[in-house]
Ligand binder design. Structure first.
Ligand SMILES: O=C(O)c1ccccc1NCC(=O)[C@H](O)[C@H](O)COP(=O)(O)O
Length: 264
């Protein structure tokens, strides 16, 4: 199963890093960066309007290579000019062709809040996220035991990182709610078999108290879907492939932004 492969590949990278890169200098570098302000700013934006997160993703396990050209600075500039509230930066190298260097590059040019999108299993990855300029981190409930999830969640908050706690089904929502998180992501894609069910985020939103913000992730291909999500009580959406494949990314994001603000 792909999710097992993704976790195994992450564990291998972590073991290599453990053996070659001591944690103390990384911790020092992470804590030397200013306390991130992007997470709280993103949450405030969700109070004001429907949030739009645009993803930088060159490839994925389900689609292979999505963008043969990947001009990071240009993509980030287009997303910012299009009016996104945050950007999600894939840092997983093997299946998504991502890297921390990409995250650092984006962080070097924008104040827009950045989410480190990866299969986070260890505190080291949280330190890397902060050191590279992220202010939000993805915690995928489906790959973490309860204790691990709580520890990573707590450490992220201590580092000033806002966790986006990703769920796909009812059981994962129940496990996430124990944390009383500020932000939940509902993935419409089943990461075990790649099937996408757009209604999933609307269905699961009903299980989450309105005080917790909920972001719909994956499978959004039409601006009109944002209206449906807003009607369903979602607070924002994360869009990857559709924006990555757009020939004019800035104009495409602007169209989705406008649709997200249209009367429902
Ligand atoms: O996208 C995949 O193929 C994938 C496979 C296995 C684990 C995670 C995967 N994607 C991560 C994501 O959740 C998406 O990149 C993100 O939600 C954006 O989705 P989309 O708009 O459909 O590109």
């Amino acid at each position: 199963m792909i999710l097992d492969d993704l976790v195994a590949a992450t564990r291998t990278r972590l073991a290599r890093a453990e053996a070659t890169k001591p944690l103390a200098p990384l911790r020092e570098a992470a804590l030397a960066t200013p306390v991130p302000t992007g997470g709280p700013r993103f949450l405030e934006a969700l109070d004001a309007h429907f949030g739009l997160i645009a993803e930088l993703k060159q490839a994925s396990p389900s689609k292979g290579v999505i963008a043969t050209a990947f001009p990071v600075a240009q993509i980030a500039a287009d997303y910012e000019a299009g009016g996104v509230d945050a950007m999600s930066v894939l840092t997983e190298p093997t299946y998504f062709h991502g890297s921390l260097a990409t995250l650092r590059e984006v962080a070097g040019q924008t104040q827009v809040p950045l989410l480190r999108k990866d299969f986070i299993l260890d505190d080291r990855m949280l330190l890397e996220a902060r050191a590279a300029g992220a202010s939000l981190v993805l915690l995928i409930v489906g790959i973490l035991a309860d204790g691990q999830l709580r520890e990573l969640y707590t450490t992220a908050l201590k580092l000033g990182l806002v966790p986006l706690v990703e769920c796909h089904n009812e059981d994962e929502i129940r496990r996430a709610l124990v944390l009383q998180p500020q932000l939940i992501g509902v993935n419409n894609r089943d990461l075990r078999d790649f099937s996408v069910d757009f209604e999933n985020s609307i269905r699961l939103r009903a299980m989450v108290p309105p005080t917790i913000k909920v972001i719909a992730e994956s499978g959004i291909t039409e601006p009109g879907q944002l209206t449906v999500l807003r009607r369903g009580g979602l607070d924002g959406a994360l869009i990857g492939e559709t924006f990555m494949r757009a020939t004019d990314r800035r104009a495409t994001v602007q169209r989705y932004r406008a649709a997200s603000e249209a009367a429902v």
